[in-house]
Design a protein around this ligand. Structure first.
Ligand SMILES: Nc1ncnc2c1ncn2[C@@H]1O[C@H](COP(=O)(O)OP(=O)(O)OP(=O)(O)O)[C@@H](O)[C@H]1O
Length: 509
């Protein structure tokens, strides 16, 4: 089609061609047909037509109408919609050109520095196992000067969103999610991977009742030594600050000190949040929170949520022990410790419920059966579970009597954002999501190995300073200036901790 035929839509069609979203022949055919019927149409009308035809998404149309043609295709990924913004960058829903599966693609700011070799090594580690609670780190790449990381797109809403909308969870439901997360961590730890940033916003609860750990891979990349780290120090500092509410004392003192034991502490904070509706140290500045994790005890759980069984409070307290050696020897032990509370609903009167224990609440899986042993690999098919031992999988939570379960709202079917509604008569306790009758599709968790992934096209090549694929963006000055924001944060923390203890000592004298 010649340019003169395009009328008022000329610039839009050019931008669409430039975006790489649609095959040129296909685009010209659709546009030609549309303009034959609507010769005076403006760009928004054509965009509308393409959206209605399903040729482009509303998000893509809006971007192109605003002249933003770059970055809609990143390596093998076509960005379909924006999901949210985190401390490191923007997350998009994307489809893979290789297999049409859906992914969550995190795009880092241009200033980030990048070590593809290290990141790919991380990705490969996730190929050795699979577990329903682990959303595996799938791919990394650089395209058009933008760096991206990808994970399979998981459906659900974050634990943070669930609790914010519906209040604290019934203890048995919190225990179910705790067991699921601990199982995922167990198998990751067995494969020498830790998370490093476990927090309520990194746990997605699906409509099948399965908790899934997001952002796996980032925490471990943050601990690579300064010259080889995945991202620039600004992104690192942002990420660490955003994770402060659940950060282990040892990782606060030394941000590269991220270990499986630290994941336990963070899981303890997540459980505290789920059981009480608030993080352990909600008040104060970032530095005060850091000091609280070092030296303070949180408000006792039962002061905030009297229905929580004492034994469950003890499990959370052990997880949140200040010294790593005082926590559990491994997450499999955490699973065992939490299991007795999966069915303890009968001992958990709800707030505002005068009925005592045994007041008719049903335990999840109330047939009486204990959570069965399951082979994690069977949950996704495909990958085998490497050297890992089988991990117990609790049944997905079932409905409580009298609690109406609402399915995820329509619309964003693949990224459900609706919260399970609580029973009006059950103030502050979230109803569990509907039971599972659907196993997450393993197909959605597969991507060709890194070597098969189409090499990204470099529109503005990032200077390559090392033979082994180490790429730095030009604006990245912090990361090479010796003490970046991360260093400053650490120095500030150390000074504040010293002042705090000094003042406490003097006041006690
Ligand atoms: N694999 C995934 N599937 C579906 N949604 C995801 C996935 N990964 C991330 N998200 C969603 O994308 C949004 C942004 O995620 P991101 O991890 O960047 O931010 P965050 O967790 O809110 O904050 P932070 O960066 O501090 O961890 C969140 O709503 C998150 O739930």
């Amino acid at each position: 089609m010649v340019t003169s035929d395009l009328g008022a839509c000329e610039w839009f069609v050019w931008d669409l061609r430039r975006s790489g979203l649609i095959d040129r022949g296909q685009l010209d055919a659709i546009v030609g047909e549309f303009l034959k019927r609507n010769p005076r149409a403006e760009a928004p009308a054509l965009a509308d037509h393409l959206v209605h035809q399903g040729t482009i998404t509303p998000f893509q149309a809006e971007r192109i109408l605003n002249g933003k043609t770059q970055g809609l295709v990143l390596g093998p990924y076509v960005l379909l919609d924006a999901i949210g913004t985190g401390s490191m960058g923007q997350v998009y829903k994307a489809s893979s050109k290789n297999d049409q599966n859906l992914f969550a693609v995190k795009v880092l700011p241009r200033r980030s520095m990048w070590n593809v070799r290290l990141a790919r090594r991380q990705v490969r580690s996730f190929a050795n196992f699979s577990h329903p609670a682990v959303v595996p780190f799938m791919d990394v790449g650089t395209a058009g000067g933008l760096h991206y990381l990808s994970w399979p797109l998981a459906e659900g809403q974050t634990l943070e969103a669930v609790v914010q909308r519906t209040g604290r969870l019934a203890p048995a439901l919190a225990a179910v999610y705790g067991v699921q997360v601990a199982q995922g961590l167990t198998i990751a730890h067995q494969n020498s991977l830790f998370h490093g940033l476990v927090k309520p916003s990194n746990i997605l609860v699906g409509s099948d009742g399965q908790a899934r750990i997001l952002d796996f891979g980032i925490g471990s990349l943050l601990v690579e030594n300064e010259g080889e780290s995945l991202v620039d120090t600004m992104s690192t500092a942002n990420t660490l600050t955003s994770g402060l509410d659940c950060a282990s004392p040892e990782s606060i003192m030394e941000p590269t000190n991220r270990t499986p034991a630290g994941d336990q502490y963070s899981l303890g904070c997540v459980l505290y949040y789920a059981l009480t509706g608030r993080v352990p140290f909600p008040e104060g500045s970032a530095v005060e929170k850091m000091m609280a994790h070092q030296a303070k005890e949180p408000t006792p759980i039962r002061e905030l949520a009297p229905e929580v069984p004492d034994g469950l409070c003890k499990v959370v307290a052990k997880l949140m022990a200040k010294t790593p050696e005082d926590r559990y020897s491994g997450c499999e032990e955490v699973v065992e410790a939490l299991e007795p509370f999966l069915g303890d609903l009968s001992a958990s009167p709800k707030p505002g419920d005068s009925r005592g224990p045994g007041s008719g609440l049903r335990r999840p899986g109330s047939s009486g059966s204990r959570p069965g042993l399951s082979n994690p690999s069977s949950n996704y098919g495909g990958r085998t579970a490497g050297a890992s031992a089988p991990v117990r999988t609790p049944p997905p939570p079932q409905s409580l009597p009298g609690v109406k379960i609402n399915p995820m709202p329509p619309g964003r079917a693949d990224v459900g954002r609706g919260a399970p509604k609580s029973n009006p008569g059950v103030r502050g306790i979230a109803a569990p999501p509907p039971p599972a009758n659907r196993v997450p599709s393993r197909a959605a968790f597969q991507i060709p190995p890194a070597a098969e992934v189409e090499e990204p096209v470099y529109e503005a090549p990032v200077p390559q300073t090392r033979a082994e694929n180490l790429r730095w963006a030009e604006e990245d000055t912090n990361s090479r200036s010796g003490v970046g924001p991360l260093g400053l944060v650490m120095v500030a923390v150390l000074v504040m901790v010293a002042v705090y203890f000094g003042a406490t000592f003097l006041m006690n004298k």
